[in-house]
Ligand binder design. Structure first.
Ligand SMILES: [Zn+2]
Ligand SMILES: [Zn+2]
Length: 512
């Protein structure tokens, strides 16, 4: 067009800019931006909105916001583009704040806007707010959109209400691949392995072609349930679909074989990998070796991890133990020292629980909450009860599993226990107790909560930074699988701790 001397207008600019957004090329987008300024096309609401949308999608939030603020007129594209940008970068406060402004201004919102805001709710595990958004979507006829559907599935799954996720999935008639994958991830997160296979079969009958993520979920499910035969089958099936396995798929396979004690087969997979094995692949082998007492191979895997250079936190202890088991004490000490030198982040263990439109946050051993006295009384009562039922406190676990994260003397008052006690004195008896936690649940709390679920007859759901634990009648849905170290290969980034400011905003929104 340009060579032929045809000046782009307010229709051609948005198309070109949109293409840049899709390709993630804000550099090309920026030259179109310049061009539009030269021809004064940038004042058009269509051109301006597409620019905001493009910068936001490319993660250039500063540019996006500047344009957004300076626009003489905004439309649904500029609003949802901006909200999407914030949501994607994890700027939850900004996303919710803008959404509130849009809602108050009576602007028409589309399914993209809702999808972004629901994602924010999911990331911050704001279940009540998310539910309100769901209601709004129904009112505004956006609930049959796949974008909204995928976000809702992920929201409900992250908040531990997987039943609702299934319902949303069934209600959307025209499902896209993103939605199928969202459902598969939800099933995998909650340990519903059988459901994963079922969905995979249903996908085939709907002529939906699985992708990279789909197979990751299926392999994860195989590994979780220890299904070697099925794992091999799906791993081979990937090739038939023309999908080249990534290191995550290899790690899942090695994990599966390693846990089943088929360490030579696991080694064979690693040897035949066309790509360089990563830390998580060797880590999976190491975990398998540890389970089956293969000390020599474990040390070999540990050597390979060290060769890769930087060692992620969490691996040091594993390495150290592997070396100690074969008598290589010097290296064992070195691995431990690496951990100390790195100054492992001492993140405070926090648990939080939603009650109405308030979120109550607890730290281990704290007494800040206005019902602290009752909470500690309840906890004492509960402790006696579970001890009578056979619970014995295990402090050794804490030191090994969480190190400095939470001090051992505070074990009886770990944050999740405070949150559960609070729920027990606050919630009606039939209401499930949902606790979110930013760190891993320690071994002792895991055992204690199993007993708590038995003694109180309550369903207790704890989401830690790795996965969900549904405690009921003395059992946990994770089947104690969490206990062995493994990197979360599903790539499901489970939420960061919700920002208190976002909470306040959320409470505001609920009142609208
Ligand atoms: Zn604990
Ligand atoms: Zn568990």
């Amino acid at each position: 067009m340009l060579y032929n001397g045809v000046a782009p207008d307010d229709h051609s600019f948005p198309s070109g800019i949109k293409a840049c957004a899709n390709m993630g090329r804000h550099d090309v987008g920026m030259s179109m931006h310049c061009r539009s300024v030269k021809s004064a096309m940038n004042v058009s609401v269509y051109v301006g909105s597409s620019l905001v949308d493009m910068y936001a999608k490319c993660g250039e939030l500063g540019y996006a916001r500047k344009l957004f603020d300076e626009m003489p007129e905004r439309n649904v594209v500029s609003w949802s583009g901006m909200i999407y940008g914030y949501a994607q970068m994890g700027e939850d406060n900004e996303a919710l704040g803008l959404f509130k402004r849009a809602l108050e201004g009576g602007l028409s919102l589309n399914d993209f806007t809702f999808s972004s805001v629901i994602r924010v709710c999911g990331n911050s595990t704001l279940l009540e707010l998310g539910r309100q958004m769901h209601n709004l979507c129904v009112k505004m006829n956006c609930d049959s959109s796949c974008f909204v559907g995928s976000s809702l599935i992920s929201l409900y799954s992250k908040c531990g209400v997987v039943g609702n996720a299934y319902r949303v999935f069934d209600e959307v008639v025209d499902k896209n691949l993103g939605m199928w994958n969202a459902m598969l991830i939800a099933c995998a997160q909650h340990g519903h392995s059988k459901k994963v296979f079922e969905l995979f079969e249903r996908m085939k009958s709907c002529r939906m072609k699985p992708n990279f993520i789909t197979f990751l979920c299926v392999l994860y499910a195989c590994s979780h349930a220890g299904l070697v035969k099925e794992g091999n089958f799906y791993f081979r099936l990937m090739k038939e679909y023309g999908i080249e396995p990534g290191y995550q798929h290899y790690a899942s396979m090695v994990d599966l074989l390693g846990r089943a004690g088929k360490l030579q087969e696991a080694m064979k997979i690693i040897r035949e990998m066309p790509i360089q094995p990563t830390e998580s692949v060797w880590g999976a082998l190491l975990t398998g070796c540890r389970l089956h007492g293969e000390t020599e191979l474990a040390a070999y895997a540990a050597d390979r991890i060290l060769e890769l250079g930087s060692v992620s936190s969490g691996f040091h202890v594993l390495l150290s133990n592997a070396y100690a088991a074969v008598g290589r004490y010097e290296e064992a000490a070195k691995a431990r020292k690496m951990l100390r030198d790195r100054g492992v982040k001492k993140e405070t263990g926090l648990s939080w629980i939603e009650e109405g439109n308030r979120v109550h946050t607890f730290a281990a051993g704290e007494r800040q909450h206005f019902r602290s006295k009752e909470i500690y009384e309840k906890l004492g009562e509960l402790e006696n009860e579970i001890e009578r039922a056979g619970y014995i406190m295990d402090t050794s676990q804490v030191l090994r599993a969480v190190g400095n994260e939470e001090k051992s003397e505070a074990i009886r008052y770990h944050s999740e226990r405070l949150a559960i006690a609070f729920a027990l004195i606050t919630f009606p008896p039939e209401r499930p107790i949902r606790v979110m936690k930013n760190l891993r649940v320690c071994g002792d709390c895991h055992t204690a909560i199993k007993f708590m679920s038995k003694c109180t007859g309550r369903l207790i759901i704890v989401r830690d930074n790795k996965r969900f634990h549904h405690f009921s009648d003395g059992e946990c849905s994770c089947g104690d699988y969490w206990n062995v170290f493994m990197k979360d290969e599903l790539g499901v980034k489970i939420a960061q701790i919700a920002v208190p400011a976002a909470m306040a905003l959320a409470a505001d929104l609920l009142l609208l």
